[in-house]
Design a protein around this ligand. Structure first.
Ligand code: HEM
Length: 412
């Protein structure tokens, strides 16, 4: 078999043999066939060497060629993206929510970096630095409001994306790890919300963090975990340092790695269609991911961004008053809306041993939810799995009802 670099392909020039290193073996003679068995009788597989520049004579721009030559290992990915298609059917709208979650995450990173230029994570300066950003820094108010609104939008979109992929059974074989990585992303997103809440060091955040970090104490050995989370027995300046480091270093670092894996899986495995849609002819066609689907994605992002600006102006988040650890907790303390479900569940289970039961229930449900692709065997065999649809409906409904109950009870 002839070596790769010796085969003259139309438009390509055969690579020059390299000069031999002193004392080294002689270069192969161009055009000569390489024997499959070497002189010593040992079989050597033919070497698949790449052309030094396989794009040299192709009709691409100079810039494209420059990049192609240096990042040739990315070419298959770009080619794949060009080939990727998204199925069209009456539920295609749900395919946009993963991209929207991603967009709001990008807004978080950018606005977070800007806030970091002025925010000071100490007990004495945190609140004042927020007031300064909000009142003195040019457009500081907008950056802070965008960060607060986009955090909520990201978590809302992650909820919608998670439930929509659940109901479309997009987690089924071979997309199990897309689901598991997505679940980790969801938990990390909640972690961002929790750790970011304390950073303004205002009264509401202080007492809500006190209530929130108290919860693990119900579980045997949980006090140890609470101590680590708070950096001591109580919520204090130490807690602020820990929440800050988690919010800007630990969580973003982990999230970036998991997100890269999630998005890579999305690209490699492609977009799924709901069970039976292909067979029953309910897929009306396929759309190219690049540029058609991506262009529509971007339209959604622009609408999302416009909405963020509108909300920032019309409904700005307040700064509140500086936290005073010695003052009594204000009445009606509650966490952010995405924790209302768990918060009320704990209150409903306030009988003897009830809180532990609630935590056990919640943890079991979360584990089952995370492992659903491995439990729902029917979906993996491309068969309908109505029990899992009912489970999803039940959890979705329970979340909405509990959240709405807090809304009514606490007169939000
Ligand atoms: C930071 C959070 C997340 C980001 C940025 C993200 C991003 C994306 C993107 C861009 C897609 C492709 C477009 C789409 O189908 O919507 C996708 C697909 C997917 N995501 Fe996520 N995702 C996140 C969280 C989650 C969560 C919480 C889950 C579920 C637990 C999940 C499960 C999936 C699955 C199963 C797919 C494949 C959909 C299909 O093939 O039809 N993702 N994700």
């Amino acid at each position: 078999m002839a070596e790769n670099n010796q085969t003259a392909v139309a438009g390509n020039v055969a690579a020059k043999p390299k000069p031999a290193a002193p004392g080294g073996a002689k270069p192969a003679v161009s055009g000569a066939a390489k024997p499959a068995v070497s002189a010593g009788g040992v079989y050597k597989p033919p070497v698949d060497r790449q052309q030094s520049n396989p794009y040299k004579d192709s009709r691409v721009s100079a810039v494209n060629e420059w990049f192609s030559e240096r990042f040739s290992m990315l070419i298959p990915i770009v080619d794949y993206l060009k080939k990727k298609e998204v199925p069209l059917h009456r539920h295609s709208i749900w395919y946009y929510f993963g991209g929207l979650t991603l967009f709001f995450f990008i807004v978080q990173v950018l606005t977070g970096l800007l806030l970091l230029q002025y925010y000071k994570p100490t007990e004495s300066e945190a609140f004042a630095s927020f007031v300064f950003i909000q009142q003195k820094v040019p457009f500081g108010w907008l950056v802070r409001q965008l960060h607060a609104w986009s955090a909520n939008a990201m978590i809302l979109m992650a909820f919608v994306h998670m439930f929509s992929t659940f109901f479309m059974k997009a987690y089924r074989k071979p997309r199990e790890l897309m689901w598991v990585s997505g679940f980790v992303l969801f938990v990390l997103s909640l972690g961002f919300g929790f750790t970011g809440y304390l950073l303004p060091w205002n009264e509401l955040a202080f007492f809500a963090t006190q209530v929130g970090t108290e919860v693990p104490k119900v579980v045997p050995g949980g006090a140890f975990f609470v101590n680590i989370l708070r950096g001591g027995e109580e919520v204090s300046a130490e807690t602020l340092t820990r929440m800050f480091s988690m919010h800007v270093v630990l969580l973003p670092g982990i999230l970036m790695i998991i997100l890269a894996a999630h998005l890579m899986l999305v690209q490699v495995l492609g977009t799924s269609a709901p069970i039976g849609y292909k067979e029953s002819g309910r897929i009306t066609g396929y759309e190219k991911f690049f540029p058609n689907f991506l262009a529509k994605d971007v339209v959604g992002w622009l609408i999302g961004f416009a909405l963020l600006i509108y909300l920032s102006v019309i409904l700005p988040w307040e700064i509140g008053v500086k936290a005073n650890p010695l003052a009594p907790a204000p009445v009606g303390i509650k966490p952010e809306w995405y924790f209302w479900g768990q918060f009320l569940l704990l209150k409903d289970f306030s009988f003897q041993g009830g809180e532990l039961l609630a935590i056990l229930l919640f943890t079991t449900a979360a584990i089952v939810w995370a492992l659903v692709p491995f439990i729902d065997k029917k979906a993996s065999r491309e068969q309908k799995s109505p029990y899992f649809t009912v489970l999803g409906l039940f959890l979705c409904l329970a979340f909405v009802i509990y959240t709405f109950r807090v809304f009514l009870l606490y007169n939000v």
